[in-house]
Design a protein around this ligand. Structure first.
Ligand SMILES: NC(=O)c1ccc[n+]([C@@H]2O[C@H](COP(=O)([O-])OP(=O)(O)OC[C@H]3O[C@@H](n4cnc5c(N)ncnc54)[C@H](O)[C@@H]3O)[C@@H](O)[C@H]2O)c1
Length: 312
């Protein structure tokens, strides 16, 4: 049994990770300031004596004994990370320094939840880890993109300079149960709009593509990455199957039996036109890991969750 810290553990991905780690017999210390996370995501874990919940902002140091740290704390959707961009940078950068300092002091292995956003609006397609990215340093998404890039730098420097045992994963678009209905991400937007019978809003002409990964596939990839030896990453964890926004909207309308129409609005600044992971490295290093849950199956589970949780 390990003692494992999960920062951002009350969020969408963190709550799934806490549950999986507990199911595997570990003690989990969930650290969250509830900026975007919700107690509702973890309330079913509170009776478990091996689950500890700490209200704490990781921009301030925190000391605890642990074998492993998963650093997920950071708002992930544009509406939330742009709400207080300075705080977003602080969470990524100062939060990383605090958690890396802790890992160094207690000799814990630490995994950073980085993002495909480090590739920006990529000029290489699909993106492999060796691609350095095409990021605007002064745009409205920069607080997130550059914050995450700086966090990767810090992880590598703590590794080179202080021999901290680090892991970096670059997560591509992930969706599933425990997402917030108001987080502004395309899947939650479409599902809520379809369930309410409102028009589905596509930004741009709908030909831009994205690849979507169901959360269970990501969690499996995270656990396998944490278990590797002599491999820091970064490694892409995502689903390489691409869909246009129009295809996604049509699939959501079909699966919800909705009568909603589709409307088009101008594309926001710096919105990447295409994003798809090359997952060859993950397959090679993570014992053949690859996504298992097709979009249609994942959407059905997520739609079912939204129907029951939010009584739409
Ligand atoms: N969901 C995705 O598609 C995706 C893609 C790439 C990367 N990621 C990364 O995965 C991680 C989790 O994302 P998510 O989708 O679950 O988002 P989320 O917003 O649901 O979860 C983030 C959690 O971090 C907490 N948090 C934010 N700032 C904090 C702070 N200063 N101190 C303590 N807790 C804080 C929030 O309250 C929330 O519980 C993030 O680091 C995100 O950048 C997510």
């Amino acid at each position: 049994m390990k003692q494992i810290v999960v920062t951002g553990g009350a969020g969408f991905i963190g709550s799934h990770l806490c549950e999986r780690l507990l199911n595997e017999g570990n003690t989990v210390i969930c650290i969250d300031n509830y900026f975007t996370g919700r107690k509702q995501n973890i309330v079913h874990l509170l009776d478990n004596p091996y689950f500890e919940l700490v209200r704490h902002d990781i921009t301030f140091p925190y000391y605890v004994e642990a074998d492993e740290i998963y650093n997920l704390a950071c708002p992930a959707s544009p509406v939330h990370y742009q709400f207080d961009p300075v705080s977003t940078v602080k969470t990524s950068v100062i939060g990383a320094i605090n958690m890396l300092g802790l890992a160094k002091r207690i000799k814990a292995r630490i995994l950073q939840a980085s993002t495909s956003e480090v590739y920006g609006d990529p000029s290489v397609h699909p993106q492999e880890e060796s691609y350095w990215g095409n990021v605007n340093p002064i745009g409205i998404r920069s607080c997130y993109d550059e914050g995450k890039r700086c966090a990767e730098t810090l992880f590598m420097d703590y590794h080179r300079q202080n021999k901290v045992d680090i892991k970096i994963i670059r997560i591509f678009n992930t969706y599933g149960t425990n997402m917030r209905p108001d987080d502004g991400r395309v899947i939650s937007n479409f599902i809520v709009q379809a369930l309410k019978g409102e028009a589905l809003t596509i930004y741009g002409d709908g030909t831009q593509t994205r690849s979507f990964q169901y959360v269970d596939d990501l969690i499996e990839g995270m656990i396998r990455m944490m278990a590797t030896d002599h491999f820091t990453g970064p490694v892409n964890i995502g689903n390489p199957n691409e869909f246009t926004m129009l295809e996604l909207a049509e699939m959501v309308i079909r699966l919800t039996n909705s009568t909603s129409k589709i409307i088009f609005q101008p594309l926001p600044a710096d919105d990447p036109k295409q994003r798809r992971p090359d997952i060859s490295l993950a397959k090679e290093k993570l014992n053949g890991w690859e996504p298992k849950i097709p979009l249609e199956e994942g959407l059905k589970r997520t739609i079912n969750y939204f129907r029951h949780q939010f009584i739409i």
